[in-house]
Structures are given as C-alpha cells and as structure tokens.
Design a protein around this ligand. Structure first.
Ligand code: ZN
Length: 265
C-alpha cells in the first residue's frame, strides 16, 4: 500500500521534487534520507509531503532514497524508493563584466573566498523547523518566468561556475518580496552577489535575493510571505539591473520556478 508514491519520482537536473504519501491509520511520521539529512514530511490533509531538490550537477540516471515510516506503537519501517534524474541541456552564455570581477585582486580574492565559506556554512545548516505553510511565490510582482538558470557561463572569456538561480527582469528600485515565510540569515553586501538577502525557510530550504540596491531587513528577522526584503539593483557582478533569485534545497541548486510549479498540497 505504502509503496504508492503519488508523484512520479522523475526530476530533471536542477529541479525541486515533491514527495507524497497517503495518510494511513497509525502512521505518525514519515522522513526521507536526502543529502545526509533526515527530512521530515509534513502532514497536510490526506497526505504526507516533503520537498527535496535534485542538484544542477546531479548524475543523470537512477538513484534511490530511503524513506522511513514511524507508527504510533513506536514501530518503524524503511523502504527504498527509486528516483530517476533526467539530464537537462543547459546552454553556455558568454558575458562581459567589469574586469575586477574576473581577474580578482588579492584582497578581493580573499574576500570572495571568505564569503564563499560563509554562504556554504549557511547552506550546510539544517533548521529542523518549517517556517512556511503556504506555497512559494515569485519575488517580483507580475513576473512569470526567469532566465538563465543552469547556464554554463564564460565571463570575459573565462569559464566560471554555472548560473545557479533565475534572473528576473526588474529595474533598479523595484520592490523585492519574500517568496515565503522564513528567517533572514544573511543581509549585507557580498563581492559577487552585491547586496544580498538569504532567507532560511527551514528543513534545508533557502531562497536568496541578489544584486539589490537597498536592503530592508536584518539577520534574525522573521519575514512573512510577500514581505518586502529590499529593492532591485545592479550591485556585484552584473551586466545590468535585475533580480537574481536562487533556491537551495539541502544544498541542491534548483531552478526557483520548479519550486513555484510544484503541485499545491
Ligand atoms: Zn543571476
């Protein structure tokens, strides 16, 4: 009975995936082992739900995850679920930016390294609480899509890391809103990202908002879905004003719009 996962476990590289199980008498908890963490499912109406992510660079092909069911008498049971990762073809983009973002001075290199370690530590932090209950929404009013997710990038002729977020059209000064409820864990200027806000939504899910011209929130703030975080801008390594919106789920880099497109609970 329980082997029936309601959603097909097939996801492209860089996509969010929702796992679902039907509610069953006596079943008090479900969790999935994903990227070294036990991710608890949340019960919503007649289903148990969890959101996980398949990283941009995950190996295409067949994988498996372990799902554990806990019953009211304390008994637990595990089962292995197959997951198929579909390869995605992401194009290569050539960009021209200020040379100081490509050939870094020793000071800038030290700063970029320090900030890289700081943001990695944030993504490695698993907050067991789940701050949100509603679906995620796009942080720019009226935006229907983003560009460039997954693109392999060449800056001023030099290959760099793939683009791990979506770029949304937004003029400097456009209000940027929290995609969902969460806690602000970073709110400051970064070398590559410019003025940046990182929101921890709990259970390993983070959203990031980069290149802002102004920041309205501070570390530790609980922000509500749709609360203003700041204003769009063109700070950091950019070719012009826009919002770079990123989503990490248990350190997997996923297309933010794949999270938006998940079926409503
Ligand atoms: Zn971007």
């Amino acid at each position: 009975m329980l082997s029936l996962l309601l959603a097909a476990l097939v996801a492209g590289q860089g996509q969010a995936l929702q796992l679902r199980y039907p509610v069953e008498p006596g079943l008090t908890g479900v969790s999935v082992r994903w990227s070294g963490h036990a991710v608890p499912f949340v019960r919503q109406d007649d289903r148990w739900l969890a959101i996980v992510g398949v990283d941009l660079d995950s190996r295409p092909g067949d994988h498996a995850v372990d799902v554990t069911f806990t019953y009211e008498d304390g008994r637990t049971r595990s089962q292995r679920e197959p997951i198929t990762v579909r390869p995605e073809q992401y194009p290569t983009t050539e960009l021209t930016v200020e040379e100081r973002y490509v050939e870094l001075s020793p000071e800038d290199q030290a700063r970029a390294d320090r900030e890289g370690a700081e943001t990695s530590a944030i993504y490695d932090t698993f907050t067991p609480a789940r701050y949100w209950t509603e679906t995620f929404e796009v942080p720019v009013e009226g935006a229907k899509d983003g560009r460039n997710f997954g693109h392999r990038r060449v800056f001023n002729g030099q290959p760099r890391a793939p683009h791990s977020g979506a770029d949304l059209r937004a003029r400097t000064g456009t209000p940027i809103y929290a995609a969902n409820r969460g806690r602000v864990v970073l709110a400051k200027g970064l070398f590559y990202s410019g003025n940046a806000v990182f929101v921890d939504h709990g259970q390993g899910l983070y959203t990031t908002y980069l290149h802002l011209s102004a920041i309205d929130v501070a570390v530790g703030d609980i922000v509500e879905r749709g609360q203003r975080l700041g204003l769009a801008g063109a700070t950091g390594r950019v070719t012009g004003p826009h919002l770079h919106w990123g989503v990490r789920i248990l350190d997997a880099r996923v297309d933010p719009f794949s999270l938006i497109r998940l079926p409503a609970p």
